[in-house]
Write a protein that binds this ligand. Structure first.
Ligand code: HEC
Ligand code: HEC
Ligand code: HEC
Ligand code: HEC
Ligand code: HEC
Length: 243
């Protein structure tokens, strides 16, 4: 009987092993490259021309994000404030603080302060702030507790799988719109009676009594808003984000 397999196939197992080994390394290298903090940018905290403290301005002085990031609700892009915004106060307050030197220079020269941009999606990705903020997604979900940061850093990966994780289960992140810029908000802060009167009861819990001392969970709040507002983020349509 003729040989079913030619002679070179004797080497096949070894060749397969070598190929697997090379591929395996490539996969490891890929995972290493894509998932390490450097690529996902988590922790990126560039040195800014002014060490602008969000914690002092937001948590201590009680300023709202929209005082400075004034386009965040109305535009795709969230602006960084101009020098005039700082000078509304700092032409009087802390006039001689050396930390504000770059702001004063910018005021004189009329050239903007050269803030280093921290969060940046690649050009082939379409992202819109207002589409999120107006649907009850807080800055907190994507930038973490900026209100307690002395200096802003990149706190979340902003990778494609990160976007999709939320798009597939937005109920984990939705909150009433008026709480979007309150980064310390907790589901238990919500008054269950007022909330259900406004948005209805959580799907599947129509029989439950929400008067009295009942506390709502994130899932109850998220599912109610998702249902009430018919929230449907794109997750399989590639062209929603890659236009
Ligand atoms: C008094 C003005 C002011 C207020 C109020 C303020 N910010 Fe900022 N924010 C700035 C300035 C100036 C920068 C740029 C310098 C920096 O990155 O620290 C900035 C940067 C940021 C960045 C990083 C931008 C980038 O380059 O990627 C985020 C995110 C941010 N702010 C979120 C918030 C959130 C959330 C709030 C409300 C809780 C808020 N800010 C309130 C002035 C402000
Ligand atoms: C609504 C008024 C107001 C606005 C607008 C404002 N600040 Fe301030 N800022 C203050 C006050 C008040 C303090 C002093 C806080 C303290 O001493 O506790 C301060 C302190 C600071 C400090 C000093 C922090 C330190 O550790 O010494 C810096 C830097 C600063 N602000 C930068 C900015 C920049 C940059 C902008 C514009 C993006 C800005 N501020 C806008 C009110 C303001
Ligand atoms: C769903 C996620 C998400 C939410 C919610 C969100 N952001 Fe962002 N933010 C991003 C992404 C992604 C970028 C990078 C965008 C880009 O490259 O155009 C960004 C960038 C920024 C920048 C930098 C813009 C620049 O060009 O320097 C600021 C400032 C900012 N966000 C503030 C806010 C504030 C304030 C809120 C809440 C009112 C908020 N963001 C809510 C995801 C989010
Ligand atoms: C924390 C949750 C969350 C994260 C993270 C998130 N999204 Fe969304 N996204 C939503 C919600 C909620 C909507 C609103 C869906 C609706 O209106 O029905 C939405 C809508 C969108 C839309 C459709 C609206 C429009 O502007 O056309 C796009 C595109 C989009 N997101 C892109 C992104 C990208 C890109 C990222 C990552 C950089 C991202 N999203 C991260 C929750 C999120
Ligand atoms: C919710 C928004 C969103 C949707 C939907 C989406 N993408 Fe992406 N995609 C992103 C973001 C954000 C990045 C950039 C990731 C980064 O910077 O790390 C990206 C990056 C990519 C990349 C570059 C890969 C890389 O790691 O550099 C490819 C390829 C891609 N997407 C293909 C697709 C395909 C195919 C689909 C449809 C099945 C799809 N995307 C759907 C948001 C999305």
């Amino acid at each position: 009987m003729a040989n079913l397999f030619p002679k070179w196939t004797n080497w096949l197992p070894l060749k397969i092993l070598v190929i697997l080994f090379v591929l395996g390394n490539a996969v490891t290298a890929g995972v290493w490259y894509y998932f390490t903090p450097k690529y996902t940018r988590v922790g990126y905290e560039p040195i800014q021309p002014v060490p602008f403290p969000h914690d002092i301005h937001v948590s201590q002085l009680g300023m709202d994000c929209r005082y400075c990031h004034s386009f965040v609700e109305v535009a795709a892009h969230s602006n960084v404030p101009n020098t005039q915004t700082c000078m509304n106060c700092h032409s009087q307050v802390q006039k001689d603080n050396p930390k504000l030197q770059a702001v004063r220079e910018s005021w004189k020269s009329e050239l903007p302060v050269s803030w280093v941009q921290i969060h940046k999606t690649p050009d082939y990705v379409y992202f819109n702030h207002s589409a999120h903020v107006n649907r009850g997604v807080s800055c907190f979900s994507c930038h973490d507790q900026v209100n307690h940061m002395a200096v802003v850093y990149h706190a979340k990966p902003h990778s494609m799988s990160w976007c999709l994780d939320c798009h597939r289960a937005p109920e984990n992140n939705l909150r009433p719109r008026e709480q979007v810029t309150n980064l310390d908000w907790k589901p238990s802060d919500e008054n269950a009676q007022t909330f259900t009167a406004k948005y209805g009861k959580p799907p599947g819990e129509e029989q439950k009594d929400f008067s009295g001392e009942v506390k709502l969970t994130q899932l109850e709040i998220g599912n109610t808003l998702k249902h009430n507002w018919n929230v449907q983020p794109p997750d399989i349509n590639c062209f929603a984000c890659h236009r």
